[in-house]
Design a protein around this ligand. Sequence first.
Ligand code: TRP
Length: 345
Amino acid sequence: MKATVGILPPMEEAKTTRKVILSGMQPTNDLTIGQYCGALRNWVDLQHEYDSLFCVVDLHAITVRQEPAKLRRRTLDVAAMYIAAGIDPAVSTLFVQSHVPEHTQLSWILTCLTGFGECSRMTQFKDKSAMHADNVNVGLFTYPILMAADILIYNADLVPVGEDQRQHLELTRNLAERFNFHYSPTFTVPEPFIPKVGAKIMSLQEPEKKMSKSDPNERATIFMVDTDDAIRSKVKRAVTDSGTDIVYDEKRAGVANLMTLYSITTGKTTAEIEKEFSGLGYAEFKEAVGEAIVAFLGPVRQRYTELRADEDALRATLRQGAEAARERARKVLRKVYKKTGFVEF
Ligand code: TRP
């Protein structure tokens, strides 16, 4: 597939019949193979079935301190990676969260409907405030309300997210119901859309932990932009155990994780993999895994590099996405303002 930047707006008539999905990722670091397999690839499949909106949530990113230049660059990086992965801007509405100010505007109204205690119970807030003890800002606290606004402003039916976002989705549902009850039916109450047995990829260095884009140990994580050699080297040095045979056993987390990676990147089943490597050792296995990942990510990285090289085109695509998103968001916000009792401007 040649990397092209779509120019067609999403089909207007289809919107009324298809369910709406919305999701987003924070531009806080380079994307990992875990995010690609666990989230992005699913979005790519979903976009043809649903009226889809995908955003880069830069407003959420600043709940943790960011260097402005890096944030700007990474926002474009993530957007380009969405497209490289197969999100088609001619099919989906692809945009940057801060380009659609209606999210923030709705967020304030929802903030005034949220109990202090409700926000205090969010486990991600507790985790993140422990992780960033020197910067426990109020934005970190109200983060899930902004996320609720992202979702409700488009009346999304489904929200593809990971298990760690379930609690935020629950809050979103409560806020939608609360608004609908206090004023009148306005918002769709969204459902989380959590992939069944999603490919959960673990850290290469501590395979009991999920692979994370913010792991301080770079060798623990495979990034989408890693070079072939970096990928090979990380896999080669991946932590395994003192065993010798290649069999799937959850208790042997390191080998199990490499088998998962091999399975995802080659399409082979566990049984096939065990057979392929019976009698062989970790060295041969790791080499095969490394090569499989290289072959799997190569085309995506190539498209990404092409897209990222033409920043004007990328920005134009994001502008079109934001315009399409705003048109929808504005209508909903207008209604919400009216129901809330704000004097019409
Ligand atoms: N909180 C989400 C995460 O960290 C990102 C996010 C922000 C999001 N707004 C959203 C996800 C709306 C889905 C829908 O993963």
